[in-house]
Design a protein around this ligand. Structure first.
Ligand code: UT7
Length: 334
C-alpha cells in the first residue's frame, strides 16, 4: 500500500525467538498422567514442549527473543521508542515489560504489558501499528512470551499435554510503504468461562465490618471441545474479514500463520479457507501451545530458515482465552 503521507506505514523488519532448553516429550508426560504418545500426537500433533527451569523467567526468555529481533532489524536497543510485551504470565502482576526494557538497556523506550492470552501477539501488532500510523513512534519492539507451565495443573491430562513455554519478538518500523495490509480483532466475554486462569478470592476479615479478598490464581481450566469449536468457526471468519480489508483473497496468501494450538485446528482452518498445507506454518510438534509466543516463534523460525522472503504475504491469526481472536495481514520485510 502506498501512502499519501510518507513514513507512517509499517514494516516488520526483524524477528527473534527463544525457548527454554528443557524439553518434555509425550512419553515423559505419560509418566505423569494417564495418556499416551499416540493419543497426544493424533489429537493435537504435539510431540514435545519446552519447559522453563526455575532460573528462567518471562523477562529472560523475552529479552533473548528481543535481542534477536533488534539485531535482525539492524537497530540497537537505544533506538527503540516503545516495547510491548504480550503475555498472560508476567513475572510480576504489575507488568514485566519495564524489566525487559531495563534488561535490554532501551533507555528511551516506554514499555507496557498487554494481555489478550493467545491473541496477544496479533492484538499487540495492531496496537503497535497505531503508534506508528499516528506518527508518534518509529521503532517498536513487540514480544509475545509466556511461561504457562507455571500455571498448568500437571495432574489434568486434558490441559497439561497442550502447553509449553517460549518467546518470540518482532521489530516494527515506520516505513514509506505500508506492509500491514489489513486486520480484524474480536472479543466475546460471554464465552469467558471456557478458558480461564482465574484469580480465586478468599475472604479475609481485616477488622470488624471490613472483609477483603486475598486469594490466588487457580491453574488453567479449559473446555477443550468448546474452544475447538470456537476456533474452527471464528478463525476462518476473522481471516476472511482481514483479507477483505486488505483487498486480497486467500489465493494471495503466501503463508497462513495461525496460533499453534492444535494441528487439527490448523488443518481445519486451512481446509475451510482452501489454503494448501504447504502454506500452513506449523511448529507445534516441537513446542506445543506457547500462547502469546506461538505466532512470533513460528514466524522467526520460518524467516531464519529462509522460507519466508521479503514481500511475502502472511496472514496471522491468534485465538484463545477471553475469548479473543483476531487476524492481521502483512508483508514480511521493508
Ligand atoms: O490456546 C488456547 C486454545 N486452546 C485450544 O485451541 C484447545 C482446543 N481444543 C483442543 O485442542 C481439543 O479439544 C483437545 C486436544 C483439548 C482435546 O481433544 P478432543 O478430541 O476434543 O478430546 P475430548 O476432550 O473430546 O476427549 C476425548 C476422550 C475423553 O474420554 P472419553 O470421555 O471419551 O472416555 C477424554 O477423557 O479423550 C480423553 N482424554 C485423554 N485421553 C488420553 C482427554 N485428554 C486425554 C489425554 N490422554 N491427554
Amino acid at each position: 500500500m502506498n501512502l499519501k503521507q510518507p513514513g507512517i506505514g509499517i514494516a516488520i523488519t526483524g524477528s527473534g525467538s527463544a525457548a527454554p532448553v528443557h524439553s518434555l516429550d509425550n512419553q515423559g508426560l505419560s509418566q505423569l498422567v494417564e495418556t499416551s504418545d499416540e493419543w497426544i500426537t493424533s489429537r493435537t500433533g504435539i510431540r514435545e514442549r519446552r519447559l522453563a527451569a526455575p532460573t528462567d523467567s518471562v523477562t529472560t526468555i523475552a529479552s533473548e527473543a528481543a535481542r534477536g529481533a533488534i539485531a535482525m532489524a539492524g537497530l540497537t536497543p537505544a533506538d527503540l521508542d516503545l516495547i510491548i510485551l504480550a503475555t498472560s504470565t508476567a513475572d510480576d502482576l504489575f507488568g514485566s515489560a519495564s524489566q525487559i526494557q531495563g534488561e535490554l538497556g532501551a533507555q528511551k523506550a516506554v514499555a507496557f504489558d498487554l494481555t489478550a492470552a493467545c491473541s496477544g501477539f496479533v492484538f499487540g501488532l495492531v496496537t503497535a501499528a497505531q503508534f506508528i500510523r499516528t506518527g508518534v513512534y518509529q521503532n517498536i519492539l513487540l514480544i509475545g512470551a509466556d511461561i504457562l507451565s507455571r500455571w498448568v495443573d500437571w495432574s489434568d491430562r486434558r490441559t497439561c499435554i497442550l502447553f509449553g513455554d517460549g518467546a518470540g519478538a518482532v521489530v516494527l518500523q515506520a516505513n514509506d510503504r505500508d506492509r500491514l495490509l489489513g486486520f480484524e480483532l474480536r472479543s466475546d466475554g460471554t464465552q469467558n468461562k471456557y478458558l480461564n486462569l482465574a484469580y480465586v478470592p478468599q475472604p479475609k476479615p481485616l477488622i470488624d465490618g471490613v472483609t477483603i479478598a486475598q486469594g490466588g490464581f487457580h491453574p488453567i481450566t479449559m473446555n477443550g471441545q468448546e474452544v475447538y469449536r470456537f476456533a474452527v468457526r471464528r478463525v476462518p471468519e476473522v481471516i476472511e474479514k482481514a483479507l477483505f480489508r486488505a483487498n486480497l483473497s486467500t489465493e494471495d496468501v503466501d503463508w497462513l500463520l495461525l496460533h499453534q494450538a492444535n494441528q487439527r485446528i490448523l488443518d481445519a482452518v486451512g481446509d475451510r479457507l482452501q489454503i494448501p498445507a504447504d502454506k500452513i506454518i506449523s511448529n507445534l510438534a516441537k513446542y506445543g501451545n506457547t500462547s502469546a509466543a506461538s505466532i512470533p516463534l513460528a514466524l522467526d523460525e520460518e524467516v531464519r530458515q529462509g522460507h519466508i522472503q521479503c514481500g511475502d504475504t502472511i496472514v496471522a491469526s491468534g485465538f484463545g482465552a477471553g475469548l479473543t481472536w483476531g487476524a492481521a495481514v502483512f508483508q514480511w520485510g521493508r
